[in-house]
Design a protein around this ligand. Structure first.
Ligand SMILES: Cc1cc2nc3c(=O)[nH]c(=O)nc-3n(C[C@H](O)[C@H](O)[C@H](O)COP(=O)(O)OP(=O)(O)OC[C@H]3O[C@@H](n4cnc5c(N)ncnc54)[C@H](O)[C@@H]3O)c2cc1C
Length: 454
């Protein structure tokens, strides 16, 4: 008789009191009703969960920080969720310049802990995003022009494959798997239980700034920001955020990995635009800069949100900026908005084929989202996000897999560009039966049959 695998770790079923909390995600729109959650305490629990799911024919979803933005990525009705969020060990080796980090830690606690050790590590704009999901999709960050993407810093990983086997991926072992998880997106190749990242020394001083303008000045501000930010000194990372007209916030902020006096000179192009209501400039330590950028925040949002994202390789013309304004006039939820982040520098110096993350010729990243609370508002908001994507399509390139959009049909090309074909080959090598599949997963490349027929 075949030995049946038992689930190990903390296992939660629908009748357990913890089930309600277990199925909550940052975006409540993504919540589903899995038949079981496994909160792994060690990689063997992950391996057992994969084997159990295969023996019982249950669809698998993997989860770490619960910040998935689209449905079906990290939860499925009737599926098993294999969650690494309770695996949070960090091993720092300053002499070798590496940190080995379990997948369940969140970005905020990790980068703050490293900053206190005098180490600079890339961070996003939310402290609660999981390192498990953000890293393998790319991981855009305000310091990407200095450090590259989070995925550019992955040197090795431990991965549980579709057979429940624990694999190591590095330049020497399973190098194709390492290539794929450096930007290939979560959920495709296996469950990553730990990453080994390259680390670098922190700067002594960090400049920070924030500028707020009247909402009505958005055309001029977008135009100046988009021409200035991709070419400014590489040590300067900056975002532009615009909320709906009803909220009326038009804000840019940034981090400069250097002294405040130098930063002040660099940002005059921005402070000279329109008539800012507020200009805040300061010099702080790295831990303080991280707190400024990504303050502690709640794990769960209360509004449902629908998202789309893209890369900008050419300056947006006035008709594209008009589409942005039109979106912001129609979107109503207070969490809705447009967001821009400059690229260039170290991020763009990595050749597109060197890692699975393809988009290396961009001036900046752009995303927009519509938020709502009433169920009756769902379709209207999804449609608004989609119409805006169609309007912007002629002016932009591709999309970011960590901010996925289920309306994108040719998602392989849009997320991975020319790397999609190689990703499919790696998928065929590590998951030929397509065990890890979801709404926008990478399908395995068809197996070539080289036998000759007589
Ligand atoms: C408020 C907010 C702010 C954000 N800010 C940024 C930002 O600054 N920069 C940026 O790049 N992105 C950002 N994102 C997007 C974020 O990178 C993605 O949502 C990411 O997938 C979240 O990872 P997670 O582990 O928190 O989510 P989860 O919901 O746990 O997982 C999401 C996805 O990651 C995969 N995944 C999770 N864990 C693993 C694992 N152990 N092994 C393999 N795959 C795994 C899942 O399969 C799923 O597809 C933000 C999202 C939110 C909600």
């Amino acid at each position: 008789m075949n030995q049946k695998t038992e689930l190990t770790g903390t296992v939660i079923y629908p009748n357990d009191p913890e089930y309600k909390q277990a199925r909550m995600n940052w975006n409540p729109f993504t919540n589903a009703f899995p038949i079981v959650f496994v909160f792994a305490q060690q990689k063997e629990d992950v391996a057992n969960a994969v084997k159990w799911a295969r023996e019982n024919n249950v669809p698998i979803r993997m989860r770490s920080g619960r910040h998935a933005l689209a449905k079906d990525f990290s939860q499925k009705n009737g599926g098993i969720v294999i969650d690494t969020s309770q695996m949070r060990n960090v091993r720092l080796d300053k002499t070798q310049g590496i940190a080995t980090v379990e997948a369940g830690i969140r970005v905020g606690p990790l980068v703050k802990m490293l900053a206190l050790e005098g180490i600079l590590a890339p961070f996003g704009d939310s402290s609660t995003v999981g390192i498990g999901g953000i890293s393998t999709g790319g991981g855009i960050t305000v310091i990407q022009r200095t450090t590259g993407l989070i995925s550019d810093n992955i040197l090795a990983a431990t991965v549980v494959d579709a057979n429940g086997k624990i694999l190591h991926a590095s330049e020497n072992e399973n190098p194709d798997l390492l290539w794929a998880i450096r930007g290939g997106g979560g959920g495709n190749f296996g469950i990553i239980t730990s990453y080994t990242f390259k680390i670098r020394p922190a700067p002594f001083q960090v400049g920070i700034f924030q500028i707020i303008w009247p909402w009505e000045q958005l055309e001029r501000v977008i135009d100046v920001w988009q021409r200035w930010s991709p070419t400014v000194d590489e040590r300067l990372g900056t975002i532009l955020e615009i909320t709906p007209k009803t909220d009326g916030l038009l804000r840019s902020q940034g981090i400069f990995l250097g002294p405040k006096a130098e930063m002040e000179n660099l940002i005059t192009t921005l402070t000279d635009v329109g008539s800012p209501i507020k200009v805040f400039i300061d010099e702080v330590t790295l831990p303080e800069a991280i707190e400024f950028w990504a303050p502690a925040e709640s794990l769960f949002d209360t509004q449902n949100t629908s998202w789309s994202s893209t890369w900008v390789e050419q300056i947006l013309p006035p008709e594209a900026i008009e589409a942005i304004r039109s979106f912001l006039e129609k979107a109503k939820g207070s969490e809705s908005g447009f967001f821009f982040l400059n690229s260039g520098g170290a991020m763009n110096r990595v050749p597109p084929q060197d890692t699975a993350f393809f988009w290396r010729n961009t001036k900046y990243y752009m995303e927009w989202n519509a938020a709502w609370t009433e169920e009756s508002e769902t379709q209207k908001n999804i449609k608004l996000v989609e119409q805006t994507r169609i309007q912007l399509q002629p002016f932009v390139t591709g999309s970011y897999v960590n901010v996925p959009d289920l309306n994108i049909k040719n998602y392989g090309q849009e997320y991975y560009g020319d790397n999609f074909a190689r990703l499919q080959k790696v998928k065929a090598q590590y998951d030929p039966e397509n065990v890890f599949n979801f709404v926008q997963s990478i399908p395995p490349a068809p197996v070539c049959d080289h036998r000759h027929k007589n």
